[in-house]
Write a protein that binds this ligand. Structure first.
Ligand SMILES: [Zn+2]
Length: 344
């Protein structure tokens, strides 16, 4: 008995897969094709079934013819769609890039790695102890008011206090001393810091990079030489630095680092008028100083044997000063606006 169902299923399968409709047409509708074979077999069919058998073959033939025509049109349409004109200019697709701060951080890390500083990273979620006490800022010290801090809802530890989001990279100083145990230490710690401020000059998440150098007989000349090396490599050979006395809890003595203005060449004057960028020839860049003996002690290092210096810079500020970028609102660095990011 002929199984029409099976033939139809086979045809459906064939037509789905075929790319050459003519071959399929010959296979089913050709002189020696499936349909003609079925018609030839009619003589084997008992007389009383001949009529319905003939009808079934005809139905199948009509259906196959119709489906082949549909497929033929479909394939012709596809052919014109995939036609490829190699003389047409190519399409360019939107391409992302690294964030400008990421580039800056890589550059800073490379500069310090060349003179033997090891890049480390320490917890962004930190014990209060490492963020403050170990840095010579006891609980009741007014300096801690300067740090408005994000506190984490977690049980307090007897020694280490509450858990905070690290408000500065300086928390890494004591951790690095404890890790190394015996100087020399040459650390560069570049990390995210958090403080709950959100206005045109503050973002709640920002970066800092912290340099720490501890060894025998380390003094301010080493500090000045290292910052000078960084500034010349990052900002350009013609830039100068100066240290201005200042106060920080974790360094003694402490300084602000200024860098000479590129626009007026550090003169403060441009065409006999006050330079609009710097007003004085200098721009504030960072904070630094000799590591306070109490901080060395907290790190397990004997301040009678060793001395050291530390500095803290903001990569965002460095980038803006290097590119002479005038950003009215620093939040644009982190709000993910593609129109800003596309410029890098
Ligand atoms: Zn200037």
């Amino acid at each position: 008995m002929i199984n029409f169902e099976e033939i139809k299923n086979q045809f459906d399968k064939d037509i789905k897969e075929t790319k050459e409709i003519e071959k399929l047409e010959i296979k089913y509708l050709g002189r020696n094709g499936v349909i003609n074979d079925l018609l030839k077999k009619i003589k084997e069919i008992p007389q009383e079934q001949k009529k319905s058998y003939g009808q079934k073959v005809n139905e199948l033939k009509t259906s196959i013819k119709r489906l082949i025509e549909v497929k033929r049109k479909e394939l012709a349409g596809k052919k014109s769609e995939v036609f490829f004109d190699k003389t047409l200019p190519g399409k360019s697709y939107p391409k992302g890039s690294l964030h400008p701060i990421t580039y800056t951080i890589e550059e800073i890390a490379n500069i310090f790695q060349k003179i033997g500083f090891v890049r480390v990273s320490y917890p962004e979620v930190e014990w209060e102890y490492f963020a403050f006490e170990a840095l010579n800022m006891p609980k009741d010290h007014p300096a801690r008011d300067d740090f408005e801090t994000f506190f984490i809802n977690y049980p307090k530890d007897k020694k280490y206090g509450k858990i905070v989001l690290s408000p500065h990279t300086s928390s890494g100083q004591t951790r690095e001393m404890k890790r190394v145990k015996e100087p020399p230490i040459r650390m560069i710690n570049i990390a995210k810091c958090y403080r709950p401020n959100w206005d045109i000059t503050h973002v709640p998440m920002f970066f800092q990079f912290e340099g720490l150098c501890v060894d025998h007989n380390i003094n301010i000349t080493h500090l000045k030489g290292t910052i000078n090396y960084f500034v010349k490599n990052f900002f350009g050979k013609d830039r100068e630095i100066r240290l201005r006395p200042c106060h920080f809890q974790f360094t003694e003595p402490s300084f602000e680092v200024d860098v000479s203005c590129k626009v007026c060449g550090g003169k403060g004057l441009l065409n006999n008028k006050k330079c609009k960028v710097c007003k004085s020839g200098w721009l504030e860049l960072a904070g630094t100083g000799m590591v306070h003996p109490n901080v060395l002690k907290a790190g397990g290092i004997d301040p009678n044997q060793y001395s050291g210096w530390a500095f803290g810079f903001g990569p965002e500020r460095c980038m803006m000063m290097k590119e002479e970028m005038k950003i009215d609102d620093i939040r644009i660095l982190y709000n993910g606006d593609i129109r800003f990011l596309e410029q890098f």
